[in-house]
Design a protein around this ligand. Structure first.
Ligand code: NAD
Length: 430
């Protein structure tokens, strides 16, 4: 059975706590979510029956600002999972120095079984149920697994109806026409590329001599693969849920993107005319094979728990950049460390998404909208600064980049929590 995400997250927190001098008060506060809401959402189905869905919203910590985190529509959503993901968001926002806390939301539902009308009623019903728990200065949701800009648009509209005023800053990841930001759709992959480029420069290996395998060719994975291809890296393998393709001389990523967009599957890449011609001498491989390829860089960009104690020993990549959330278990982390593999963690590598969500919120509040170039320049400057600080912490303390990212976040969270008053104030006086 896969380990629980929360226990894994806590293991990593405990590791990092050894390297920071935050007060006991602050570390104690960070072990518990600030507030958790469970709601029932009645939805009138197309056939006239009524179904009631369970929904959740958790605000983990808001010491550094309003809380931020996505809304997941998935059959396996539980309060425990939502709390763990909210914990993660708290550390991600602090690691990136965003003036935001961490939150998460979800509804236990298989959205693929709903009609579009039912999905809209569920999305609006969820906002009806949590409206008093969220708000532009309180908690700002965003998309996550199986939610998208259209759903964010419905949710923003519903909140605005309830408040009787247009409230675009209540939610991010909206369509551009409803106050969304330029660059939000590509932000995670673009941010991951900026981090990778900055850190690989420290290792002094030329892009054209660097081979890369990407697991998951979706929103995040395909964007990072494209940036790497454009920058001259040799992307030798990519995969999706159907399987993968491998070409030691490098894949033609733009053609694969084009085929994926028109067919929704990488399968077409293997067998249909022009792309096969452009990917000479390619071979088909499974996702398990992709993970263990002899490449310089491995990018898991699909699901959680992909590298576990079972397959960690077979990993041959020298550097792993976690674009997916939680693709490596903490047990596997220990095995990879003994093999000398550098793992750059999700809370840094995929933070481009929440960073541009933050930009969207800023733009909604100011009413001044930025160009794509502006968005990408600001993203690059923020994420590269934090990536370099995290790398320096890892070097100075001789710890993994993951523990360094938690240390970096904990120092900021600790400072903010201490500033509210700790036991030391009462003991030592002002
Ligand atoms: P997506 O649904 O667009 O893409 C997921 C891709 O993974 C798809 O191509 C799918 O076919 C593939 N996939 C599914 N199962 C697979 C398997 N067993 N092996 C290989 N590939 C498989 O999702 P996304 O938005 O790109 O998110 C991917 C990961 O990145 C998730 O872990 C998500 O939490 C994380 N992430 C995404 C964002 C974002 O803004 N999109 C932000 C932060 C983190």
């Amino acid at each position: 059975m896969a380990p629980s995400i929360l226990s894994d997250a806590n293991r990593r927190l405990e590791k990092a706590l050894k390297y920071v001098t935050i007060s006991d008060d602050a570390s104690e506060r960070l072990r518990y979510p600030k507030a958790s809401l469970t709601v029932s959402i009645p939805v009138r189905m197309d056939n006239g029956t009524l179904r009631v869905f369970q929904g959740y919203r958790v605000r983990y910590d808001d010491t550094r600002g309003p809380t931020k985190g996505g809304i997941r529509f998935h059959p396996s959503v539980t309060l425990d999972e939502v709390q763990s993901l909210a914990f993660w968001m708290t550390f991600k926002c602090a690691a990136l120095n965003l003036p935001l806390g961490g939150a998460k939301g979800g509804v236990t539902v298989n959205p693929k079984e709903l009609s579009m009308f039912e999905l809209e009623r569920l999305s609006r019903g969820y906002i009806d149920a949590i409206a008093n728990f969220i708000g532009p200065d309180v908690d700002v949701p965003a998309p996550d697994v199986y939610t998208n800009p259209m759903i964010m648009g419905w949710m923003m509209d519903q909140y605005s109806i309830i408040r009787r005023k247009l409230s675009p800053a209540v939610i991010t990841g909206k369509p551009l026409s409803m106050g969304g930001s330029q660059g939000r759709d590509t932000a995670t992959g673009t941010g991951a590329f900026y981090v990778l480029q900055a850190l690989m420069a420290r290792f002094g290996k030329a892009p054209e001599l660097t081979t890369v395998a990407v697991q998951g060719f979706g929103n995040a994975g395909s964007v990072v693969a494209r940036h790497l291809f454009d920058a001259g890296y040799k992307v030798v393998a990519v995969s999706d849920s159907q399987g993968g393709v491998y070409a030691p001389q490098g894949l033609d990523i733009p053609s694969i993107q084009q085929f994926k967009t028109s067919t929704r599957s990488l399968k077409a890449v293997y067998c249909e005319g022009t792309v096969c011609n452009s990917v000479q001498d390619h071979s088909i491989l499974t996702n398990e094979e992709l993970l263990t390829l002899n490449v310089d860089i491995l990018i898991p960009a699909a699901l959680e728990n992909q590298i576990t104690a079972e397959n960690a020993d077979d990993i041959q990549a020298k550097y792993i950049f976690e674009v997916a959330n939680g693709p490596i278990t903490s047990e596997a982390d220990d095995i990879l460390a003994t093999k000398g593999i550098y793992v750059f963690p999700d809370i840094l590598v995929n933070a481009g998404g929440v960073t541009v969500s933050y930009f969207e919120w800023v733009q909604n509040r100011s009413g001044l909208y930025w160009s794509l170039e502006d968005v990408n320049n600001r993203l690059k400057s923020m994420i590269v600064t934090e990536a370099e600080s995290i790398w320096d912490i890892a070097q100075n303390l001789s710890i993994s980049p993951r523990t360094a990212a938690y240390v970096h976040a904990l120092e900021r969270l600790g400072d903010a929590l201490n500033a509210k008053g700790t036991r030391d104030y009462y003991v030592s006086g002002i």
